[in-house]
Design a protein around this ligand. Structure first.
Ligand SMILES: [Fe+2]
Length: 497
């Protein structure tokens, strides 16, 4: 399934079963990489004392889901076995430290979460123990929480660019403000179907089908609505989901930008009547409007970013087409560089700069004639001189772009053939004088050269690659970066693409 601007692979959800996120469900988007940890820059922020700043990476690629421990203090466990890296199967239980537990749920199993599993009487008995919320008076402390929620959603617009994080924050805000039994963000997919993108449910609430009768009405009419008892509400009593699900109070507001309805924000209670007031509905509408703005900007940003990177890739491919032995080299170096960056906790803008620099590091080869690039025999001194000019040519191409990021990318490109001992080119600078990303790309550049086919030799075996990296550590390359590269190569985290 695809939501506008983002794609969602049918298949897997993560269901949190303990910790502060208990009850949260996160669908795993197609080709997604989610970092879990305490740090505010993580994709899934876990505010628990035993969780490391960057604890775990989860990768969803095609039909497989893989977790990788980012050198956390208290470990990643799959079915109670500590793992460094592990592929997951549906039903696997992933634990981070002692506090956070989540299940990988396959879509077929998730469907049963939506299906009602308890008899109605059990539901009502359970719900009757909950103090009904009065709509007439709003206590001051609740007002404080509500004001904070508005600040939160405004902050969300200015801080978050990632759709996943925005969705997670919306349900967190709604859950803390209204204390519903269940909170859902429903988004339209490309075909216009309304699908749950993320949802959260309270302890003891086993799910139940949510009311698409209500959601559809809100989306079609682009008007928010509240019902105090959906079971007897003239507007919905024909809705089977309301009857079967035991839904009583419900509120729903459209997530819309003008006439473009992205979806809806839906909350309800199972068994409790009179849970939400008209003031609540106004506040939910404000949150939904802000959510629409945040999601719209994230989608816009994503499409601009995609267009930008595809242009860069076309440029790089054009350069690489001149040399039949280096096709795909820049993409591979980028992949290896990002894998190293993951392990040192790089995120956000820094990661974007590294990605761009790695993609563009050989762009200066556009100025090297094909007969030199493709020469199978040994290069003459003059020919090698032409090759050695490519970092400077690349630097001059990129530095003309008018942005601070481009200036940094240009410097990285210029220095990607410098050596740690100062015997590289073009300037012969050494050690920490070389920008750190240039030092990192240099290791990945050589790794790709060693593991690729060359006219004069086949790809080197892993043992030989390890031997070469160990020999050059601290001499040709930064020893800290080379040590990390060696670790990932030995553990099979980095393998030739
Ligand atoms: Fe190069």
């Amino acid at each position: 399934m695809r939501f506008e601007g983002i794609s969602v692979e049918k298949g897997f959800y993560l269901q949190f079963t303990s910790g502060k996120k208990k009850g949260l469900h996160i669908p795993l988007l197609d080709e997604s990489r989610l970092v879990f940890g305490r740090d505010a820059t993580c994709d899934v922020v876990l505010d628990e004392v035993d969780i490391s700043a960057r604890h775990m990476l989860l990768e969803k690629s095609g039909g497989s889901v893989r977790v990788i421990d980012l050198d956390s203090r208290n470990g990643v466990f799959v079915n109670d076995v500590r793992v460094r890296s592990s592929l997951l199967s549906p039903g696997d239980v992933v634990r981070l430290g002692a506090s956070v537990v989540m299940n990988l749920v396959a879509e077929g199993v998730t469907a049963s979460v939506f299906a009602r599993q308890e008899p109605m009487t059990t539901r009502i008995l359970h719900a009757s123990a909950v103090e009904p919320k009065t709509a007439a008076i709003t206590p001051l402390s609740t007002t404080d929480v509500r004001l904070r929620s508005i600040v939160d959603v405004i902050d969300l617009i200015h801080q978050e660019w990632d759709t996943h994080r925005i969705l997670g924050r919306i349900v967190d805000v709604v859950d803390s403000v209204f204390a519903p039994d269940r909170s859902f963000v429903i988004l339209k997919d490309k075909q216009g179907n309304l699908m749950p993108a993320v949802f959260k449910q309270k302890d003891g609430t086993t799910g139940g089908q949510i009311s698409y009768t209500i959601v559809r009405k809100v989306v079609e009419e682009r008007t928010a609505l509240v019902t105090q008892d959906a079971g007897v509400d003239e507007r919905f009593k024909a809705g089977m989901s309301i009857v079967i699900g035991g839904i009583r109070s419900a509120m729903c507001a459209p997530i819309a930008m003008g006439n473009n309805v992205l979806g809806a924000l839906y909350i309800d209670t199972v068994g409790r009547q009179q849970a939400f007031s008209s003031i609540d509905l106004e506040l939910l509408s404000v949150i939904a409007k802000q959510a629409a703005l945040a999601l719209h900007r994230a989608q816009l940003m994503k499409s601009v970013e995609k267009a930008y990177y595809s242009t860069v890739r076309v440029m790089v491919a054009a350069v690489e087409a001149k040399d039949e032995y280096t096709k795909g080299h820049s993409e591979r170096v980028t992949t290896y560089s990002l894998r190293l960056a993951d392990h040192v906790g790089l995120t956000g803008k820094r990661l974007d700069i590294l990605r761009l620099a790695a993609l563009l590091h050989d762009i200066g080869k556009i100025g090297v004639p094909e007969h030199i690039l493709n020469k199978a025999d040994k290069l003459s001194y003059e020919e090698f001189g032409v090759i050695r000019r490519h970092p400077d040519v690349g630097y001059k191409i990129i530095k003309n772009i008018d942005s601070d990021d481009a200036a940094e990318v240009a410097r990285i490109v210029r220095y990607h053939h410098e050596r740690y001992d100062g015997k590289g080119y073009p300037d012969g600078i050494s050690g920490k004088e070389i920008p750190i990303f240039a030092r990192l790309i240099a290791v990945c550049d050589t790794y790709d050269a060693m593991t690729s086919h060359r006219p004069y030799r086949p790809p080197m075996p892993k043992e030989k690659v390890i031997e070469e990296l160990e020999r050059g550590s601290g001499v040709q390359w930064d020893s800290a970066i080379t040590t990390l590269m060696l670790k990932l190569v030995k553990e099979g985290e980095i393998v030739p693409i």
